[in-house]
Write a protein that binds this ligand. Structure first.
Ligand SMILES: [Zn+2]
Length: 322
């Protein structure tokens, strides 16, 4: 989620989506300019699944590792060959093709979190689909980087036919009320835009929105798992077909290097203790069952497994399949 706070200068950039941007034409796609694949296809039993990148967001590492000792955090980032002043996060949405329906898990950030989001539509096109082909969109939690693409540039529905499902508790907290976001370790102006971006993004789909309670099997082959803490209603997802499973960890962790290999807590977790216990419960299950895991923000395509170690966990990326 959180992104685009500049590093050493302290200047704030890309804090959200100014209203004026909504009417402008989209920037030329990086996918077209560079040509690396932003999609990754595999099977979960009988379900065809495709990771579709919506691009990148990012921000200061201290936001994502909220309780880290700063010197220790710098050392960990250096040893992972990562910049120490900026952490890049991916936006790995997942398309399911199941029972003749196309279901998207997470809508992606669009332009709500800086200029490098919003690639989802190019990546749909790259697999021969358009926004019109999506029947259902299931959102893990209503932060802007998960709902931003729901709103088209003209203010209408970006996915004209899609039913959108969100956790009821998040809708109540972020959409029906003016949430107190003082727990977020970011400047007041960032919080204000963050809250406004959520309401703007979901406004076109509010009529007809469907709510779920985390724990529900929302569709055949897709069960939600209660993971509240990061937000009041956040759910993880289990995609299952036969004996095959894929676990999506939503924002239980932002980056494996700081939130799996190290136990540091994401600063934006609203209820830190509930988030930590959800993380332990779901990571323990993933490790015990050796389940394939997809992290929404992990390095593309975001697939791997979680190993239990003597002191915590380790992230083991999955090999690329051709
Ligand atoms: Zn997020």
């Amino acid at each position: 989620m959180l992104t685009a706070l500049a590093g050493a200068s302290g200047t704030l950039i890309g804090l959200g989506r100014p209203n004026t941007v909504l009417a402008q034409a989209p920037a030329p796609s990086t996918a077209a300019l560079i040509g690396n694949a932003g999609h990754y296809r595999f099977q979960v039993g009988d379900i065809a699944v495709t990771v579709l990148s919506d691009g990148l967001i990012g921000g200061p590492p201290t936001v994502y590792a909220g309780d880290a000792n700063e010197a220790e955090l710098e050392e960990v980032l250096r040893r992972a060959f990562l910049p120490t002043d900026h952490m890049t996060l991916n936006l790995n949405t997942l398309l399911l093709e199941v029972g003749g329906r196309r279901v998207l898990l997470e809508a992606g950030a669009g332009g709500t979190m800086g200029p490098n989001g919003g690639r989802l539509f190019d990546n749909l096109a790259a697999v021969g689909l358009s926004a019109d082909d999506i029947d259902t969109i299931v959102i893990s939690h209503t932060h802007p980087d998960h709902v931003g693409n729901l709103r088209a540039a003209d203010g209408g529905r970006a996915f004209p036919r899609a039913t959108v499902m969100v956790p009821r508790a998040d809708w109540a907290f972020f959409v029906e009320n003016d949430p107190d976001l003082s727990y977020m370790p970011v400047p007041e102006e960032f919080r204000r835009r963050f809250a406004a971006n959520i309401k703007e993004s979901v406004e076109p789909v509010a009529n007809g929105i469907e709510f779920y309670e985390a724990g529900d099997e929302v569709l055949s082959g897709l069960t939600t798992i209660a993971a509240a803490g990061h937000t009041p209603g956040m759910a993880a997802f289990l995609v299952h077909s036969g004996d095959d499973q894929l676990l999506l960890t939503a924002d239980l962790a932002y980056h494996p290097v700081v939130n799996i290999d190290r136990p540091w807590r994401p600063g934006p977790d609203r209820d830190q203790d509930a988030a930590a216990s959800a993380r332990r419960r779901i990571f323990d299950r993933a490790a015990a069952d050796r389940t394939l895991v997809l992290g929404f923000h992990y390095p593309f395509p975001g697939l791997g497994r979680i190993l239990r170690t003597d002191t915590g966990y380790a992230w083991v990326p999955a090999g690329w399949q051709f």
